[in-house]
Design a protein around this ligand. Structure first.
Ligand code: AKG
Ligand code: FE2
Length: 276
């Protein structure tokens, strides 16, 4: 793909049916969100950073996780990938992703891009290929007052046995359940979750397919049982009028934001302007 073609990482619009399914279940699969050739180009660039097998220049796991949650065994990550690679920047800041996010949030608001990362779940015999513990994306996002949503795009095929995402459909209606990464907390919620939610099978994806989930959706994975790395882009989006709460967070600490001001900052650019 040439430099001009990178201008063209086309993202398709979500359909009304997809929006309704998202409201109902709290997550939705978006087949072919980007086309296969764009996914192939992004995969080529991802392998340029992490190596064909995902293991080039792999740092040891540090004790001091940036997110203060136990995510480090889940996958290898480069964040923000938008600052490391032009094609990923174009994808992460795609106006159409912003327009889709506004429709999925259910309000015609402007949208900001925030966290965006390249992730690679290595084979499960490594320390970066374990199952992703079931969680909501709330604890690590308390710096933001409003809801957030993650767009998870497969750069290569993700088969169910590779640690594909699984969702508890309907769990977004349960509200914030606290620190589900604490096994005792998760366990104590289990009867209520079992009564009110339906767990999906691992969601298989072709390159360019995506899932979107809200911050309240309970999701996780099994380990990567294959010998192939699982490659994905994850972007987090929120309404542009979201305020900063002042909570300690790796995304916002040191940026000079004031509690209860809108999170106006170059790290969180508006990618979709609902007024224009
Ligand atoms: O990719 C994974 O295994 C987990 C991703 C995740 O937790 C998220 O996108 O919120
Ligand atoms: Fe998550």
């Amino acid at each position: 793909m040439t430099v001009e073609a990178i201008e063209d990482i086309k993202v398709r619009a979500v359909t009304q049916e997809e929006v309704e399914s998202f409201f109902e279940h709290g997550w939705v699969k978006l087949p072919n969100l980007i086309d296969r050739s764009a996914a192939a180009e992004l995969l080529r660039r991802a392998k340029g950073l992490f190596g064909e097998d995902g293991r080039t220049n792999l740092d040891p796991i540090s004790e001091n996780s940036m997110l203060k949650v136990k995510t480090q065994g889940w996958f290898r990550t480069a964040v923000p990938i938008s600052e490391m690679d032009e094609a990923f920047r174009k994808l992460a800041s795609s106006e159409q992703i912003g327009r889709n996010a506004a429709r999925l949030f259910g309000r015609e608001s402007s949208i900001r891009m925030t966290l965006n990362n390249l992730t690679c779940k290595l084979p499960g015999d490594t320390d970066r290929g374990k199952g992703t513990d079931f969680h909501q994306d709330t604890t690590q996002h308390m710096a933001f007052e409003g809801n957030t949503m993650n767009v998870w795009i497969a750069l290569d095929e993700v088969t169910p046995d590779m640690g594909a995402l699984e969702f508890y459909s309907g769990s977004h209606k349960l509200g914030n359940l606290g620190n589900l990464l604490d096994p005792e907390t998760l366990q104590s919620w289990e009867p209520h979750i079992a009564k009110t939610c339906t767990k999906t099978d691992p969601i298989a994806l072709q390159p360019g397919d995506a899932t979107v989930h809200t911050n309240l959706m309970i999701h996780g994975t099994g380990p990567n049982l294959t010998n192939r790395p699982r490659w994905s882009f994850i972007g987090m989006y929120l309404p542009a009028d979201t305020r900063y709460t002042g909570a300690d967070s790796f995304y916002t600490n040191g940026l000079g934001l004031k509690p209860w001001d809108v999170i106006e900052h170059p790290n969180f650019p508006v990618i979709y302007d609902a007024t224009s």
